[in-house]
Design a protein around this ligand. Structure first.
Ligand SMILES: C[S@@+](CC[C@H](N)C(=O)[O-])C[C@H]1O[C@@H](n2cnc3c(N)ncnc32)[C@H](O)[C@@H]1O
Length: 229
């Protein structure tokens, strides 16, 4: 995917939250059935909420609009900050400030702290672990997913695998990328994704993951989670 194919347009999804659509590829950053609902279902209900440890290192592919950071932070506040979270978001093609502001993600969260973060997370320095709250740090990494293998990262408890679909980026759903990601995960770590693609499922099983099918977010029958054994 070349940078010049990434002309984006703002669209509204069915739960009222907005997302970006890449016109030329007809591919959106989130489900058109509901961006916020999808983020909460895939990454919180079937991700963060399944991890019991106090310290949680999260790796996200890719950071995009930052919505997954916001739902994660919102959940951290709901749980009275009883986790220590370090969040690493990898992104090669950051969105621009105009897009951040048009997405109006502050409107999705009643809590003023999360509202304020909806802009702040895009202003923080790249490549630097920044404190968003006493127990919540964010590092944005501007790089290619395949370069994760060369990154100095702590062992990950949780991976938000939120790449564009295989129709537009087939190489991101094959064994090589899952091997790279698995190498950065703790034994017992969890990978969650909105997809239920067969090639991904087979690759994860080959890599020794225990894969579970879950009910998908609105508009999607199934999704997968996978535990690293
Ligand atoms: C489905 S969207 C991300 C959605 C994001 N989690 C959000 O909530 O907005 C996929 C993201 O992967 C990024 N991306 C695509 N190819 C990449 C690559 N090879 N390396 C790093 N980032 C990439 C895109 O720019 C896009 O932001």
């Amino acid at each position: 995917m070349k940078k010049n194919t990434l002309k984006r347009q703002l669209i509204q999804t069915q739960d009222g939250s907005k997302t970006l659509l890449i016109n030329d590829l007809n591919e959106s950053y989130h489900s058109i059935h509901g961006a916020l609902q999808e983020a909460n279902h895939v990454f919180i209900k079937n991700g963060l909420n399944l991890i019991n440890d106090y310290e949680i290192n999260i790796l996200e592919l890719g950071f995009g609009t930052g919505l997954n950071v916001l739902v994660t932070f919102d959940e951290y506040l709901r749980n009275d900050k009883n986790h220590m979270i370090k969040y690493f978001g990898v992104e090669k093609y950051p969105i621009i400030f105009e897009e951040v502001s048009e997405l109006s993600y502050s409107e999705l969260f009643p809590n003023q702290i999360v509202k304020d973060l909806s802009l702040k997370i895009h202003e923080t320095e790249w490549e630097k672990l920044v404190e968003l709250d006493v127990n919540f740090h964010l590092k944005k990494i501007k790089d290619d997913f395949f370069n994760i293998k060369n990154m100095d990262l702590p062992p990950m408890d949780l991976v938000y695998f939120d790449c564009f679909g295989a129709r537009v980026q087939p190489d991101l759903w094959e064994k090589e990328i899952f091997e790279i990601v698995a190498d950065k995960m703790k034994t017992g770590g969890l990978l969650t994704t909105y997809s239920s693609k067969g090639s991904m499922r087979r690759a994860l099983i080959e890599l020794g993951f225990e894969v579970e099918k879950k009910q998908g977010p609105p508009g999607k029958r199934e999704m997968l989670i996978a535990w690293k054994k």
